[in-house]
Design a protein around this ligand. Structure first.
Ligand code: AMP
Ligand code: MN
Ligand code: MN
Ligand code: MN
Length: 286
């Protein structure tokens, strides 16, 4: 294993600017306590926390890469594309993200209507109580409300019973295209990473198409080590990274001390024989 693979980089997590429960400052402090050496805050479809996160990382003595996690629709499913190392003031990226966020309020109203049909009233207002950024109401906020209301024990149960395909609070949504997401990030001076690939329910053919098209659009990396992967899944996607000539990323996907299984910095190192994504971003580290 080479020394660069053993860097404690945590390049995926969420703050109150999207569906996390901690501020960028509290996350930076927690990351430093968790031994993180290089950090990125990757709020969903939002980069409003980037200047705060960069300043907080500097105050904690950690390296920082700008980050986001863009919601994309590919082959009828939602895929997440993490972006790293872009200019947080890039206009095209800011507008693209604003458009991607755009339908969330309406979608949330429809979700609440679906939940009302199974007897759960006031879910929209309830979810709003958990929202840190009014532009970014997500399923996670509904999940927190349903736990607080005593409908479910924990957020995983809410997703299983109410918020996934075929369940009463699920509303299909069209997000950004893969091509646009990769282009916005790349043209803003950053690079695109396929987030937690093991989470998608693609057939092998669809997954092959995802990686092939991602690469053709200029995508550069894949998350190999993440809080959403088992050890076997990390091995599988290390092979995929080598097969497609993609660099490898590492991130906890931390959301909340009460909900996340994997804390900031508490991940296995990248397997050897992979190109760490931070080697492609050395000149972007702050
Ligand atoms: P949205 O962007 O509104 O569709 O919400 C997606 C977010 O919901 C993800 O980023 C996760 O934070 C969360 N999520 C998705 N599936 C689950 C699950 N099965 N259990 C807990 N959280 C989930
Ligand atoms: Mn999330
Ligand atoms: Mn994700
Ligand atoms: Mn995430």
């Amino acid at each position: 294993m080479n020394a660069r693979n053993v860097l404690n980089a945590d390049l995926h997590c969420h703050s109150v600017v999207s569906d996390g429960t901690l501020t960028p400052e509290a996350l930076a402090e927690r990351a430093r306590r968790g031994g993180v050496e290089l950090w990125a805050l990757t709020d969903h479809d939002e980069i409003g926390g980037q200047h705060r996160a960069a300043a907080a990382a500097q105050a904690q003595g950690m390296g920082y890469l700008t980050g986001t996690e863009i919601s994309v629709t590919f082959a009828g499913q939602t895929v997440h594309i993490v972006g790293l190392g872009f200019d947080p003031d890039d206009e095209q990226l800011k507008q693209g993200l604003a458009r991607t966020r755009g339908g969330r309020a309406e979608r949330a109203q429809e979700m609440a209507a679906g939940l009302a049909q199974v007897g759960i009233r006031g879910a929209y207002e309830g979810a709003l109580q958990f929202v840190g950024n009014p532009d970014l109401i997500s399923r996670t906020h509904f999940a927190r409300f349903l736990v607080e209301a005593g409908v479910c024990q924990d957020t995983s149960e809410v997703f299983r019973r109410f918020l996934t395909e075929g369940k009463p609070g699920y509303v299909p949504h069209r997000w950004a295209s893969l091509r646009d997401a990769v282009r916005w990030l790349t043209e803003a001076g950053g690079l695109a990473v396929i987030a937690h690939p093991a989470r998608y329910k693609f057939t092998p053919t669809e997954e092959y198409a995802l990686f092939t098209e991602f690469k053709a659009h200029g995508g550069r990396a894949v998350e190999v080590v993440t809080g959403s992967h088992t050890a076997q899944e990390a091995v599988k996607y290390a092979d995929t990274a080598r097969e497609f000539g993609l660099a490898a990323s590492r991130g906890s996907d931390f959301h909340s001390p009460d909900e996340s299984h994997t804390d900031l910095g508490a991940l296995p190192y990248l397997p050897g024989g992979l190109k760490p994504v931070w080697e492609l971003l050395e000149d972007r580290i702050r």
